[in-house]
Design a protein around this ligand. Structure first.
Ligand code: DGY
Length: 320
């Protein structure tokens, strides 16, 4: 019997490619660049299963070519890149990769928070360029982290993992989310409105999915609620922040700084943002560890095996 065809839009870690090629026919050799429109349409037309990434926009036009397709396994926890309604209309199942990237993303959130407040990137550059004149008492002073208030917007899996790590820094946690969530024994996480979290926190970390309701959730008005000493961290999706409003707030020092892993128009990062000293900018590294990226690929494969085998997909998504 002929093996089902899987189209992969991007190069994935080798253990994932090995696992795919053991069970399926790979439509084309995946590459480390985004597919052209022609390649994408061809892939969707030919395959029974697709593994795509958050940079592939899967809209009704792409899906209109997908006559044999049974499943789109999105290689990400977020799936705002896929038109779910159009997929459902064609009976195509969409899946994501939750859980396995929770720790990697929470760890990176803390890496950004600490790098930003302790000026790690600036310090590294100073040493490497040979400009460091030696220790002085007033040099490169950052802000304390321990004991300060951490505010989390979006208290799902990743938000909670970020909050759990705050216990090690003796930080009170306040959060805004759809429902009340209990912290681990002995730790209290306090449920607040979005505006209260912004006004009362020293660090605000965003962990909401991108939907029409969360696009520009952090706008000019909400940024104006933040303390001038507060820092904003975003490892969720760029459009959750109104980037132009953020740049103005950073330039005017109405907030202390921002640590960003995601941007409104990736990979474009505004020159004004790049010129600011009070930001740390990462290239969307949230889930970027080898272990995590392998697990994400294996989850895609589990979902494909289930759907092509006539079983329910373990990670089916139906709405944002
Ligand atoms: C996701 O899975 O949504 C992440 O942004 C990928 O790094």
């Amino acid at each position: 019997m002929e093996r089902p065809t899987v189209y992969i839009t991007r190069l994935l870690p080798q253990p994932v490619l090995d696992a795919i090629s053991q069970q399926y026919r790979m439509l084309t050799e995946p590459t480390d660049r985004p597919p052209t429109e022609k390649e994408l349409l061809h892939g969707f037309a030919e395959a029974q299963a697709v593994i795509c990434t958050l940079t592939d926009r899967i809209d009704a036009v792409v899906l209109s070519h997908a006559t044999k397709l049974k499943i789109i396994a999105n290689y990400a926890v977020g799936y705002n890149n896929i038109d779910l309604a159009a997929a459902a209309q064609r009976g195509i199942i969409v899946t994501n990769t939750p859980d396995v990237l929770t720790d990697a993303t929470a760890d990176l959130t803390w890496a950004l928070l600490l790098a930003l407040t302790r000026r790690v990137v600036e310090g590294d550059t100073w040493v490497r360029t040979g400009h460091w004149p030696g220790w002085t008492p007033t040099q490169m002073l950052g802000a304390d982290v321990s004991g300060k208030t951490l505010g989390i917007i979006g208290m799902g899996r990743i938000g909670q993992a970020v909050a759990q790590r705050a216990a090690g820094f003796q930080m009170p946690v306040i959060y805004a989310g759809r429902r009340s969530v209990s912290g681990p024994p002995g730790v209290s996480w306090i449920w607040r409105t979005h505006d209260e979290v912004l006004a009362e926190s020293d660090f605000i970390s965003l962990h909401v999915p991108l939907t029409e309701a969360t696009r520009h959730l952090i706008d000019r008005r909400r940024l104006s609620l933040m303390r001038p000493t507060a820092f904003l961290i975003n490892t969720s999706r760029g459009p959750v922040i109104d980037e132009a409003a953020l740049i103005s707030a950073l330039e005017a020092h109405t907030i202390a700084g921002a640590g960003l892993d995601v941007y409104e128009q990736e990979p474009v990062v505004p020159a004004r943002l790049m010129s600011l000293p009070n930001v740390v900018l990462l290239p969307h590294l949230g889930s970027a560890t080898l272990e995590t990226r392998v697990c994400m690929g294996l989850i895609c494969l589990d979902n494909i095996a289930a759907v092509l085998g006539g079983r329910p997909a373990p990670n089916r998504v139906t709405k944002i």
